[in-house]
Structures are given as structure tokens and as C-alpha cells.
Design a protein around this ligand. Structure first.
Ligand code: ADP
Ligand code: MG
Length: 322
């Protein structure tokens, strides 16, 4: 469904960057209910074409503000945005035609059926009838048997998938999902990711925000961490993990331990519920060989051992704690 980008450009001129933001700022003016708020403080981001790009950050970090500026729903205060190689200030309609956006909030007319909803969207984008792929998209998202039901009769998860379908009717080369798995159960989430991966395999650039850190780790090949309106890290996922530069050695002692042996206290190991002893260490500062030596000195027989990489949660905490 995404074979033909909405903006048809010769292959030779495909942009290297799907999205590029430079010095993007946003200050929301004060209102009766809210004081002035500087939501974005100069965002520089380069989102490569073909990637699955994660925008990760705590609530209030500015993720939705960023996406809503791309979508043209929020006016930026300053900075520049290029979408699919098109300056969004100079050619806003063309730039936005390259985007399919699934907003954080579900907003749909409850009195239309999914099929009518998609037809309306396709009409809005000027997709000719013969080129409409509404049924195919609904099938791919597991909504085929609901296409003639009223939207108000759909479950929350189905509505969210319909939002994704709506975003894809004009076959945009970029799909942006803002917190797509909020309120979606495990099975539907799996289905959603499967579809997203399929689109990506066909060349669609995916941008998603999530605070499910494991999900970003699993889905994204590049992650930008955004905190208080600033990008504090932007790297390929494995590099971001390596930057943490730490690993955990997990040992199953030959004989069960009651407590962490005194002689190992300086390594700050933890005794896990399953009886495994976990020692987190900095690569470069110490080595497995040294740790094994220390374990032998402390008379801990090694039944089995493994190493663990830090997960994104650790990375995030480490990067955002001052
Ligand atoms: P995120 O999506 O990362 O949770 P948002 O972009 O929604 O963050 O919000 C960033 C900050 O901007 C928050 O402090 C939020 O309260 C504020 N904000 C968002 N939208 C508005 C608005 N329309 N008016 C005023 N402040 C807003
Ligand atoms: Mg948000």
C-alpha cells in the first residue's frame, strides 16, 4: 500500500533525510489555565530515510509538540523543518503530503464506518478512486471484517488501528505514530508492530514516540532521547546502549548463597530472587577475568554464567539524571 509515495520524485533525487529539523523552538503563550511554556528549546534532528526512528522521552518532554509542528497542527516559534526534502515553510502542502500522522489522541467521526472514514480521507488527499487501497489497508490491520461497522462500535484498539489506516490512505513515504500503543492490548500491539515493520520493509520511514522504552529498543534502529524540550541523545540503538558502556555479569553459584559474600561488597552485587548473583561493571574499568578471579577468591563456585546488556531504561535514567 505504500509503493508509490504521495510526492512522486525521481529515484535519483530521493532525499537522504526523511525529516530534518533545525533549531526548532516552541513557546506556548500563557492562557488562563496555563502559564507560558517553552516546550521545545532548539531541536536539531536528522531522521534518515528508511529508518525506524524512535522519539523517546518522559511525559511533557515535547514529543507531541514536535510531531504536531511537523503535522502543521502547531505553529513553531522559530527554526526550520524539511520534510522529504521539502521546506515546510515554503511548500507546506507538498511537505505535509509526504506524511501520514497518527496523533496521540483518537479523533474520529463515530457515525462513519471504517470504509467511509478511509474514503473520506482519500478524497481529502485527492487519491483517485481507482488507486484507493482502503480495503487492503483495513485487511492488513485486521479490520477487514469491521469495515462496515460504525466507528463508535469499535474497541479502543480497533480505533487506534483505524487511525493508522487513515494515516496511510495516500501512501505517504513517512508514517509518524505518536504514542501508538497507549491503551492497546498486547495482541493488538503485536499486530500493529507487524504492520509497521511490513511498511518499513517496503521503504516507508517510520517515526514513533513511545515511553515504552523496551519497545523503542526492540523497534527502532535509531533513537533520539528528548527531555525538557531538548535532544539529549540521538544515536543508532546499539551505539546508545554501548555508550552506557556497562554490562552485567550474572552468575549462578554452584551452591546457593544466603547473602552477598562480604569480600565482594565493593563490587555492589545484587542477589536476585532466583539465587543468581548479578554484578554490573564498566567495560574498560574491569574485565570478566578480574570478576571471575574475585568470585573464586570469595569462594563462590560458578555453576553457570552469562552477561547482560543494559536496557534502555538504564540508559534513559543515566542520561536524564543530573
Ligand atoms: P510529550 O508529548 O512529550 O508528553 P508535549 O509536547 O505534549 O509533551 O508537551 C510539552 C510541554 O508543553 C508540556 O509541558 C505541556 O504541558 C506543554 N503544552 C503542550 N501543549 C500545550 C498547549 N496547547 N498549550 C500550552 N502548553 C502546552
Ligand atoms: Mg505526547
Amino acid at each position: 500500500m505504500a509503493e508509490s509515495p504521495a510526492v512522486t520524485l525521481p529515484v535519483a533525487s530521493l532525499p537522504i533525510l526523511a525529516i530534518e529539523a533545525k533549531g526548532l523552538t516552541k513557546t506556548y503563550a500563557a492562557s488562563k489555565r496555563m502559564p507560558e511554556k517553552q516546550a521545545l528549546r532548539g531541536i536539531d534532528l536528522e531522521i534518515p530515510r528508511g529508518s525506524v526512528f524512535g522519539l523517546l522521552g518522559p511525559n511533557g518532554a515535547g514529543k507531541s509538540t514536535f510531531i504536531n509542528i511537523l503535522a502543521g497542527l502547531v505553529n513553531k516559534t522559530s527554526g526550520a523543518v524539511n520534510i522529504w526534502g521539502i521546506d515546510a515553510d515554503k511548500r507546506p502542502r507538498e511537505a505535509r503530503a509526504a506524511l501520514g500522522i497518527v496523533p496521540q489522541e483518537i479523533n474520529m467521526d463515530p457515525f462513519f464506518t471504517p470504509r467511509e472514514t478511509l474514503d473520506l480521507m482519500a478524497g481529502f488527499y485527492g487519491v483517485p478512486s481507482a488507486e484507493r487501497k482502503g480495503d487492503e489497508i483495513l485487511d492488513a490491520l485486521g479490520l477487514g471484517d469491521k469495515k462496515n461497522a460504525y466507528v463508535r462500535q469499535l474497541s479502543g484498539g480497533m480505533k487506534r488501528r483505524l487511525m493508522v489506516a487513515k494515516a496511510m490512505v495516500h501512501s505517504p513515504p513517512i508514517l509518524i505514530l505518536d504514542e501508538p500503543t497507549a491503551g492497546v492490548d498486547v495482541e493488538l500491539r503485536r499486530q500493529l508492530w507487524e504492520y509497521v515493520r511490513k511498511l518499513n520493509a517496503r521503504g516507508v520511514t517510520i517515526v514513533l514516540t513511545t515511553h515504552y522504552l523496551e519497545e523503542a529498543q526492540e523497534m527502532c534502529d535509531q533513537i533520539a532521547i528528548i527531555n525538557k524540550g531538548e535532544v539529549i541523545a540521538c544515536e543508532p540503538t546499539p551505539k546508545l546502549l554501548r555508550r552506557m558502556n556497562q554490562k552485567t555479569l550474572v552468575v549462578r553459584p554452584e551452591h546457593a548463597l544466603d547473602a552477598v559474600p562480604d569480600g565482594l561488597a565493593d563490587l555492589a552485587p545484587t542477589l536476585r530472587k532466583d539465587g543468581q548473583l548479578a554484578i554490573t561493571y564498566k567495560i574498560g574499568e574491569t574485565s570478566i577475568e578480574k570478576l571471575l578471579h574475585r568470585l573464586r577468591e570469595a569462594n563462590v563456585g560458578i555453576g553457570d554464567l552469562a552477561t547482560e546488556e543494559p536496557d534502555l531504561e538504564d540508559v534513559f535514567v543515566a542520561l536524564t539524571s543530573d
